[in-house]
Design a protein around this ligand. Sequence first.
Ligand code: GDP
Ligand code: IMO
Ligand code: MG
Length: 431
Amino acid sequence: MENRVIIGGQWGDEGKGKIVDSLSRKVDWVIRFQGGANAGHTIYVGDQKHVLHLVPSGILHEGVLGFLGGGMVVDPWSLRDEILALEQKDISVRDRLLVSATAHLVMPFHKRLDELRESRLKRKSIGTTGRGIGPAYLDKVQRTGLRMGDLLLPRENLERKAIEKILTANEVLCQFYEADPVPAKVLAEELVVLAQFLAPMIVNPYEALRPVRDGIASALFEGAQGTLLDVDHGTFPFVTSSNSTIGGVLTGTGLPPRSLGEIIGIFKAYCTRVGNGPFMSELLGDQGDQLRDAGGEYGATTGRARRCGWFDLVAARYAADINGMTGVIITKLDVLDKMSTVRVATGYDLDGEELTTYPVLSEALPRCKPIFRDFPGWEKPTSECRRLTDLPANARKYLEFLEQELGVHIQGISVGKEREAMIWTETGVST
Ligand code: GDP
Ligand code: IMO
Ligand code: MG
């Protein structure tokens, strides 16, 4: 079976979790490679809802192995709680989840620093998830962070090392932010207990992923966030702190390019963004509210209302190009079922000039006004459709337009949150 990479094509929350779940039934490994508990991937199995933040979405299939790659920042407190919550639902995790020893730890002081930094930025805040992601990656690149492998140290060494890091963080908390320190001894002791729980899962990634590298085991790579939140390629500075685009798979796993296989971009049939920053095709007012209500657009991690807008073809083409997408999946088509008109941003007006290619520079993006093309809505339910031919003609026309303009086959269309609410296509949607 060919490996697959699942990448978010927009600003996250495209429905990656549902698609990873759908595609991972027969794979050996589902591998996360970047991000941390800022991700919120929602999957419905029958009536049961699962929201996964760190554990890969494939874990819901018996026998599938999960891997947390070294490109991630892992909050060991959250990881333990997520594992225990799944085990409460009779989903075994500990015996089939491995964590790279090179993944960095998110400590409670990272979360505190995340919050304090955001409140200091006031109106210019990023609107982070508050999961300590930026500060943890900062500790990684300034080469001061703790890593998963440190949890394998003898107890006294781990405790000493943790206390040292916490005391340094306390200096920043107290002196720079004039905030309270976090309790060093208590947290170090908690970390020692967590280390005992997590130690059996912590592995050398070079050895553990050898079967994938050798092509003996199949892998599905589960991206978190989305292309426009990538620290290098997204709407900087309103981005996350990792590479959520294709390069992140290589650096975040240590696997070679030949292990990647198909690169599948996930796009909603419209657009959402949670947090601050430019959103070129955003709908404000009633229309935005209508989309939010129809799509249930509230954050899986923070519960925040997501900003909503029409499909942005300019940004989507950019995402398809820079990731080298070999296929795309369009999700939440059913959310548009009641719209009398469906719009697509096919270009931007930048200071009176029409752009059809993504301008990349953050200075330009907030000034880009969308140029819309209108499509008649289909005004019929699509959630029971399972074949392309079941879809209303106007829905097919809309998808054909997206496929032609993206220049990449639409391999699947999701028409509901349930596992089975999918239309798979062999050769795309265009006739
Ligand atoms: P992710 O972060 O990319 O995994 O996406 P989220 O789970 O944060 O958000 C996607 C939301 O849309 C979840 O609540 C899913 O259950 C839901 N969802 C996914 N696909 C569909 C779909 O095709 N139709 C509808 N109505 N909901 C969907
Ligand atoms: P999934 O995997 C949507 C956004 C935050 C904020 C910015 C930086 O569910 O698609 P961070 O906490 O990472 O420092 O926040 O990125 N963000 C997401 N938005 N889905 C996500 O993940 C996100 N993870 C981070 O809202 O704007
Ligand atoms: Mg999400």
